[in-house]
Write a protein that binds this ligand. Sequence first.
Ligand SMILES: [Zn+2]
Length: 247
Amino acid sequence: MNTQHHDLVLMVQLQKLYDTIAENLNKRRLPPPEVKELEAANKRRIIELNELEKTITAQEEEVRALHKSAEEWCLELEHFQKQKSQVTNEREFTAVISEIDYATKALDEATSKYQELEKSVQDLHAEIESRRSARPEEEEAHKTITKNWEKTKAKLKRKVHKAAVEAKALEDQLHPKHRARFLRLLSSKNGTAISAVAENCCSLCHFNLRPHLQQRVRRCEEIITCEHCHRILYMHDVVAGKADESD
Ligand SMILES: [Zn+2]
């Protein structure tokens, strides 16, 4: 067995390990639908709660302003009541009564408005309270979903780690020149450095290979790359070791 053949066999194994790594990393990035749903629901819940909090803050501010305005109308009323006791003629009396009417109305309006808002603030606080305390069975179900996903992620991480350790061991056995070439292709070719020849074509880019090139791939005396996608080419049966005996 020559170096090329030996290294080609290793590269095929290495590619399988890198496929495993990529597959498991991808799975880790894609939570199952129930987890995604849960995350979306949680996000929605937080947004809604924030909206409620904002409404409360705005209404509380309005309540404070209305209280202040009511106090001012109270002072006005006191002032006009005093004036009423000091009027000297009919005209002044009518004027002061009209002012009192106006201030009374304004005070009533401010009072009823802040009472209404105070009730609304109270209701919103209650609403937030009830939303925060989710039903216990729902919370339990959510916990289970999250826990299972965390377990799955940990398992995927272990698989990635195991494959990476194995890949490192294989890489150490490759000729440095071949290792560098393989790793360069791996990063430039979207994680696939090597391609099998199938039905006279590169199985990845489907470029038709000239018979002479296919023979060279079969002979395995040098590392041959696809003329189109530049990946390292190999024959399944050669790598499996069957060709050595038939040749
Ligand atoms: Zn190709």
